[in-house]
Design a protein around this ligand. Structure first.
Ligand SMILES: Cc1ncc(COP(=O)(O)O)c(C=O)c1O
Length: 399
């Protein structure tokens, strides 16, 4: 076994990133994709905003609409869209609910999702389809499906004249693949299909990610854009803005989109106000440099897992700072088994990573962010080899 995989080398750590987060350094945090991590300066700003709020609640809430509008404008610019098309929302879970409540559906209509969709998003679509008497069609994307054309053709092959809506991932959660590419969205739009993009991972990970052809696009800034949790954005195409009704009626309802969706009564709006500081920080580090670093480090982690623990790398998409690998058959095929694998890695090796069930053998996903170092992936790879009872070559049996 070589000390490092031969073809993939880890990137140099970016200057100024050692002390940027308050993560416990005795733990290898290789799961940035799930909950993100808020940089210390952004945490501090949010704390100051809370202090300001508690010093004079009337003054704070009085000025809030203007301050939220400023934050919205900064966030819209970073996402490559117009502020009049963007509503700040707490997260993607919220955004899909607003979206589904606003898309007209009739009995017999067909809705497309894929088998890589995020669990609660797909479930929300299923319920909405049931309520409307519409039919949910799940496009199968076998794990080995190569990127680009193959994904696009598989989705388009399911479109019929009854297909009115497609809910697709920008970057899938378990498999870290790009599905809703601009090409695919343009083709769907050309066929009269309303498109909804779950872009939970795109803000911060991709440059200017909002595609022209998505009717509804939403993402989280608390994953890869260094914003406090809960900061999300819902972007709609201009023809929808006048029609959007919020789920929660507030005093701002009469203002229409985006204020009608953004406001939900007395609530904590400090994440929105602090989010631009996260974007500034990303720009300060060099957003493109961060992206290249993270993508390369994720590739390094995947190469180590393949080499040392014998996992099978799955096809990956350019620009994604996460990699997915197939666990051996029989491993992590159920949710409890996947949870037990994650718990064993945590208990025995102090590693945080994600394993999710998949028919025929679970999927492990590694993330990479500027605070991660090559050595943490070495701990993960040897830990996975040990927990699975595999030798250094990955050739021995599984447990
Ligand atoms: C693809 C995808 N969609 C939706 C979500 C849900 O995000 P949230 O819990 O912030 O609403 C996630 C979270 O990991 C995700 O990866």
């Amino acid at each position: 076994m070589s000390e490092h995989p031969r073809t993939v080398l880890p990137p140099e750590p970016l200057p100024g990133t050692d002390e940027l987060f308050s993560l416990d350094r005795t733990v290898a945090h290789l799961n940035h994709g799930s909950f993100g991590s808020v940089p210390v300066p952004v945490q501090r700003l949010q704390r100051r905003l809370h202090e300001e709020q508690e010093a004079d609640p009337d003054g704070f809430f009085g000025d809030l609409p203007e301050r939220v509008a400023d934050a919205r404008a900064r966030i819209a610019a970073a996402l490559g869209t117009g502020a009049d098309r963007l509503a700040l929302v707490p997260n993607v879970t919220d955004a899909i609910a607003v979206t589904l409540a606003n898309v007209p559906l009739a009995p017999g209509d067909r809705i497309l999702v894929t088998d890589h969709g995020y669990g609660t998003v797909t479930e929300a679509v299923r319920r909405r389809a049931e309520q409307a008497g519409a039919e949910l069609r799940t496009v199968a994307l076998p794990l080995g499906t190569p990127d680009g054309d193959a994904v696009r053709e598989a989705v388009l092959a399911e479109v019929t004249d009854r297909t009115v809506l497609a809910v697709l991932d920008g970057i899938t959660s378990t498999t870290a693949r790009r599905v809703a590419t601009p090409d695919l969205l343009a083709a769907l739009r050309g066929r009269g299909v309303t498109t909804v993009v779950d872009a939970a991972h795109e803000p911060g990970m991709l440059a200017g990610p909002v595609p022209a052809d998505a009717d509804f696009w939403f993402g989280n800034l608390h994953k890869w854009a260094f914003a406090p949790r809960a900061t999300g954005a819902l972007v709609v195409r201009p023809e929808w803005t006048g029609k959007i009704r919020p789920l929660i009626l507030s005093w701002e309802d009469h203002q229409g989109f985006p204020s009608n969706v953004e406001w939900r009564g007395t609530c904590d709006y400090t994440p929105y106000l602090a989010a631009p500081a996260g974007l500034d920080l990303l720009d300060g580090l060099g957003a493109d440099r961060v992206r290249r670093h993270n993508e390369q480090l994720a590739a390094y982690g995947a190469a180590l897992l393949a080499e040392r623990a014998g996992l099978a790398p799955l096809p990956h998409s350019a620009g994604v700072a996460m990699r997915a690998l197939r666990l051996p058959p029989g491993v992590a095929e159920t949710l409890p088994a996947a949870q037990e694998l994650m718990a064993a890695l945590w208990r025995r090796h102090a590693v945080r990573t994600v394993a999710r069930p998949w028919p025929g053998g679970g999927v492990m996903r590694v993330s990479a962010q500027v605070y991660n170092r090559a050595q943490e992936y070495e701990v993960l790879a040897s830990g996975v080899a040990e927990v699975l009872g595999r030798g250094a070559s990955g050739a021995s049996g599984t447990s």
